[in-house]
Ligand binder design. Structure first.
Ligand code: FPP
Ligand code: MG
Length: 306
């Protein structure tokens, strides 16, 4: 079957990343890069859809995907994750030290390429990486006790996840000479909605579907939006029970109680509707801008089940 144009372009982004890595002339680094799961390449798709397939667009897509891959390597060390996308994480197979260093290599090589872009683009991506690091730090901090503040959660996911997607869309627009403000809002909404959906799927999906243990967020101490909404809806006794389960290894019965209570109290639905509102705003912005395929990305993201 003939490959579609967007698949061919994404393959070119993959090759570009590979060639950046092979420039480093280190076989071990290249072999670790080969092992990394590719993921959805959402950020590369956004760049290509917004900025087309010029050399610069392909480079920007590759740089942003390398930075994103670096952040996941670091995140898996921080979260002590044994798997990523259904395969053993790099920290599990090579140890945390090598996973951190591989993240550093991807991140700094990405920056080496980033400085070749015009200043405004380079500064925006660099500042987003600072944001995501602060967001990750806030995530760790909030996990130390049971966070019931939805405002803090929203701030954290904006920084941890949406800031880089916002910068991706905005810088791709700058490359293409488009109005970057509209694309920035689109990216921000897409990013926040994406993380809310991710946090919902942690609860509603099985470990097989997720490629990582299900309902692990709460065990790790992360009280994501459905947990916050559930807490708000529970009576005093329920609140105490939920609090007592925070950051603990959950039994199957405890997981069932949480899920059942979330269904009953509409906590999952409320979280989903929040994501849907942001997604709808992003869709209508793109429809008005005549960017139907960018609107489709949001729709597919909000409807995804993995
Ligand atoms: C996934 O969160 C993690 C992120 C979206 C960003 C993590 C960012 C850092 C570790 C900072 C990186 C810094 C540099 C310099 C590259 P999650 O744990 O909620 O999602 P998961 O289920 O996919 O693990
Ligand atoms: Mg993680």
């Amino acid at each position: 079957m003939k490959k579609g144009k967007s698949r061919v372009m994404l393959d070119r982004v993959e090759s570009l990343m590979q060639s950046y890595i092979s420039e480093l002339s280190n076989e071990y680094v290249s072999s670790l890069f080969e092992k990394l799961p590719h993921g959805k390449r959402l950020r590369a798709k956004l760049v290509l859809k917004i900025a087309g397939s010029s050399k610069e667009a392909l480079r920007l897509a590759a740089v942003i995907e390398m930075i994103h891959a670096a952040s996941l390597l670091h995140d898996d060390v921080i979260d002590d994750a044994a798997t990523r996308r259904g395969v053993a994480s790099l920290n599990a197979t090579e140890g945390s030290k090598q996973a951190v260093m591989m993240g550093d290599i991807l991140y700094s090589k990405g920056f080496e390429e980033l400085v070749g872009f015009e200043r405004e683009i380079a500064a925006k991506v660099a500042s987003a990486v600072t944001q995501l690091s602060i967001g990750e730090m806030m995530d760790v901090e909030l996990s130390k006790s049971f966070n019931t503040d939805s405002g803090l959660y929203m701030q954290m996911i904006y920084q941890k996840t949406a800031a880089l997607i916002e910068a991706t869309a905005a810088t791709a627009a700058m490359l293409a000479g488009k109005e970057s403000g509209v694309y920035a809002i689109y990216g921000r909404n897409l990013g926040i909605a994406f993380q809310i959906v991710d946090d919902i799927l942690d609860i509603t999906q099985t470990s097989e579907q997720l490629g990582k243990p299900a309902m692990h967020d709460f065990e790790e101490g992360k009280s994501t939006l459905p947990y916050i909404y559930l807490y708000e809806a529970l009576d005093e006794e329920g609140k105490e029970r939920l609090k007592s389960l925070h950051a603990k290894r959950l039994t199957d019965d405890e997981k069932e109680w949480i899920k059942g209570a979330m269904e009953e109290r509409g906590a999952l639905r409320k979280a989903y509707l929040h994501a849907k509102e942001l997604a709808d705003e992003a869709v209508s912005l793109m429809e008005s801008a005549g960017e139907s395929s960018l609107a489709d990305i949001v729709t597919a993201m909000i409807e995804r089940d993995f």
